[in-house]
Design a protein around this ligand. Structure first.
Ligand code: ADE
Ligand code: ZN
Length: 343
């Protein structure tokens, strides 16, 4: 790899082709859109204006964030609301040179309020189709089960979503982690596996390394979302590296939720240097102060990562994605070209 001066790194990071694999679409809802949708749907919010809402985004841990995140999502009512939210994210992602994205959505947050599953999935899916036609970005959807609810509720959600099976590629597990281990969802994940759905789960964000082990060995997931607490378990790090199990890491989220004390102390470099297929992602960009390129540029500046790490992160993002091998190679060739020609 030819040397790239440190002051050129931000430009390189922004220009790199990349895949985003850990983005909660409800976490892309910007305060301005929250207020616009509340007005469209005749709902009132407990905040005077956009600035007052933004001031409430001071989180101490995952739960303090989730409380505000679920309240924000309550303005989503009609199919068009889901469409507008996803279209805005996809535009923003394309501007960051995201070529492919796998988008999480939390249907239970909406169906519990009486919103139809069809409105959620059809609105999001239509946005993905239109974005592909208009900007070329490729996007697929991953349905997440809320782990603070029961496995029975997850099964009912799966049943409601199955008529729309061709509009999502997989399932995930998110929400409050502590006290809700992956193994609570073993049967519903086994069923999803039989159905040919791709499997991922949040584990090792606030929860212990044992949750990462059980996501792998009980749920049989193919990727771990966050997973940063694996650094507390040397054997687990070896397992992740050996089996090339990707981690979808979200540095700005980890900092804002107190998973790491400062961005400078983030373990991304340690994960990459241990040979783990780590990727960088935005998680909930409207709440954590940045989209994908902001995560990359700020983390590199704070931790001193170098051009070879940038290359690995882009390469890993395609490797870790659920696209066909030929498409992965096509995107990775673009990365190679950029590194060869970058001034
Ligand atoms: N839902 C949205 N963001 C999340 C996160 N960081 N962890 C768990 N569940 C989430
Ligand atoms: Zn997440």
């Amino acid at each position: 790899m030819k040397p790239i001066a440190p002051d050129r790194l931000p430009a390189l990071l922004r220009l790199m082709p990349k895949a985003e694999l850990h983005i909660h679409i409800e976490g892309s809802l910007e305060p301005e859109l929250i207020f616009a949708l509340a007005q469209r749907n005749g709902l009132s919010l407990p905040y005077a204006d956009v600035q007052a809402l933004r001031r409430a985004y001071a989180f101490s841990n995952l739960q303090s964030f989730l409380d505000i995140y679920y309240a924000g999502a309550s303005v989503l009512v009609q199919e068009q609301d889901f469409y507008d939210m996803a279209r805005a994210y996809l535009r923003r992602a394309a501007a960051d040179n995201v070529l492919h994205t796998e988008i999480f959505f939390d249907p239970q947050t909406h169906t519990a309020r009486g919103v139809a599953m069809d409105s959620v999935i059809n609105g999001l899916h239509r946005a993905c189709v239109d974005a592909r036609a208009q900007t070329g970005i490729s996007a697929s959807l991953i349905l997440c089960f809320l782990r603070h609810l029961s496995e029975q509720d997850a099964f009912a959600t799966l049943e409601q979503a199955l008529p729309l099976r061709d509009k999502f590629i997989g399932v995930g597990l998110d929400s409050s982690e502590l006290g809700h281990p992956p193994e609570n969802f073993s049967r519903v994940f086994a069923r999803c596996r039989e159905l040919g759905l791709r499997l991922v789960a949040h584990a090792g964000e606030e929860g212990p390394p044992s949750y990462i082990w059980s996501a792998l060995d009980v749920l049989k997931v193919e990727r771990i979302d966050h997973g940063v607490r694996c650094v507390q378990d040397a054997l687990l790090m070896q397992r992740l590296a050996r089996d090339r199990i990707p981690l979808t890491v979200c540095p700005l989220s980890n900092h804002r939720l107190g998973v790491c004390a400062s961005l400078a102390e983030h373990k991304l470099g340690q994960l990459l240097d241990a040979g783990i297929v780590a990727t960088v992602n935005s998680d909930d960009p409207a709440y954590f102060g940045g989209y994908l390129n902001d995560n990359l540029v700020q983390t590199f500046a704070a931790t001193g990562l170098r051009a070879e790490h940038a290359y690995s992160l882009s390469h890993n993002s395609f490797e870790a994605s659920f696209i066909a091998a030929s498409e992965k190679r096509g995107f990775q060739d673009k990365l190679q070209d950029l590194f060869e020609t970058f001034p």
